[in-house]
Design a protein around this ligand. Structure first.
Ligand code: AMP
Length: 428
């Protein structure tokens, strides 16, 4: 029996589908954010942070009542005043809400934004699929030009490339607009309804609610049936077709490779025209690293001005998994340059004072907090990988000195306490 359990009762565990980002991974998480921020900001994107929960209706209206997310994956709850709130399953709807509510349409268009934060979906957890997961994303609101589609996609692909990912493929598609989609949806429904028995139960439901969603199905028999199905990409109207051709041309200009995927229909209702997805064959069944698309009607649908937009979201857990699978170095070392040893309690105050001084001028400095022996402290300094150890004993203190040991050469030297900082600065 677990002894701790005996003493304190239940031992708590993190909720299913969530994870703790322990220090090394947490540092990597924010390092990825930092690298993205540098890159995105150079391209004129600015950070936005929205609440982790919103009014439930916001997501129902944008993502669509027939989507898997709204039908079964939302974390919805009532607050103490009976308001229905939902933990955000994605960030596009909140960003669009903020764009309208905070009057961002008064700024230079397109408004180019990026974000990183946790999202929540009640999905069956498995490798690469969580109930709380992080997304890094971009939204560019206020332009329908193919230029901005290309820019957004290029930024994503260059970010992944700079991180060192090699085995990824960009898939590109188009979902047309209201013009071409309505006609096409009728044709597709006809095709699907003539073969209802060949599709899985989920697909049968999709055919009823929103036939385009059958292309989301991962089951092999359904995929086989869909090979012969009419494809939206072959039914684009002239404007949509021209837009699609322009993006392809611009991606080529930027040197970004892509594969056309006529079945690329993403799981949200709000997409129009461009859709894209980045996949890694090393990720198993959850192979999509990220994806996005154009959502030209969404801002208007929320009561805002006519503001065509495009964005993407990248899943951070899958990104980290892909980096690990490709053997890209992800270990982020917490570098400790200096370690201060207080030989006994009488020297602790002087050691602490020096610790603060050295940290104030930019050194990363550690000391012992458990009154370890000198030997144990030296071992600890070694474990931290400290380059120099500063030893303060009662004798040194009497002479107002510190002993500095170079851990690489093992040489030692006594220095006036007041000179320690400048000595170490010279060595830096
Ligand atoms: P979506 O918002 O569904 O287009 O997803 C964009 C990206 O977020 C996906 O390609 C995944 O990398 C990531 N993602 C979506 N759902 C999950 C999940 N449940 N767990 C982990 N990552 C996810």
């Amino acid at each position: 029996m677990d002894k701790r359990k005996n003493k304190v009762g239940k031992i708590f565990k993190a909720p299913r589908g969530t994870q703790d980002y322990l220090p090394e991974k947490a540092t990597l998480l924010y390092r990825l954010d930092q690298l993205a921020a540098e890159k995105f900001e150079k391209a004129g994107y600015r950070r936005i942070v929205t609440p982790t929960f919103e009014e439930t209706g916001l997501f129902q209206r944008s993502i669509g009542e027939s989507s898997d997310i709204v039908r079964k994956e939302m974390y919805t709850f009532e607050d103490r005043k009976g308001r229905s709130l939902t933990l955000r399953p994605e960030a596009t709807a909140p960003v669009v809400r903020a764009y309208i509510e905070r009057n961002l349409q008064a700024e230079i268009q397109p408004v180019k934004l990026y974000y990183m934060g946790p999202m929540y979906r009640y999905e069956r957890p498995q490798a690469g699929r969580y109930r709380e997961f992080w997304q890094l994303g971009i939204e560019a609101i206020g332009s329908s030009a193919a230029l901005i589609d290309a820019e957004v996609i290029v930024i994503l692909m260059q970010y992944l490339d700079e991180l060192g990912l090699k085995e990824i493929t960009l898939y590109l598609g188009s979902m047309g607009d209201d013009n071409c989609r309505v006609d096409y949806a009728g044709q597709l429904k006809g095709y699907l309804e003539s073969r209802l028995d060949s599709f899985c139960e989920d697909c049968n439901e999709r055919i009823r609610f929103n036939p385009l969603r059958v292309f989301d199905c991962k089951k092999e028999p359904c995929k086989q049936q869909l090979k012969e199905a009419p494809k939206l990409i072959d039914h684009l109207c002239n404007e949509c077709s021209e837009h699609f051709e322009n993006i392809k041309r611009l991606l080529k200009v930027a040197g970004v490779d892509f594969v056309i995927d006529p079945t690329l229909v993403r799981g949200f209702d709000y997409y129009t025209r461009t859709t894209f997805e980045v996949k890694s064959p090393l990720l198993g069944s959850q192979d999509a690293l990220g994806g996005g698309g154009r959502y030209d009607r969404l801002v208007e649908q929320y009561g805002g001005p006519d503001s065509p937009a495009i964005g993407f979201a990248l899943g951070i857990e899958r990104l980290i998994l892909a980096l690990e699978k490709e053997g890209v170095k992800t270990k982020v070392e917490n570098e400790i340059g200096l370690f201060i040893v207080a030989i006994d309690e009488s020297t602790q105050e002087a050691a602490f004072k020096l610790l603060i001084e050295l940290r104030n001028i930019g050194f990363s400095v550690e000391m012992d907090y458990l009154s370890r022996s000198l030997r144990a402290q030296m071992k600890l300094a070694d474990k931290y990988g400290a380059r120099y150890v500063i030893i303060i004993g009662p004798d040194e203190l009497k002479r107002d000195e510190a002993r500095i040991k170079d851990m690489q050469t093992s040489s030692e030297k006594n220095i006036d306490m007041s000179e320690t900082a400048s000595y170490l600065l010279k060595k830096k």
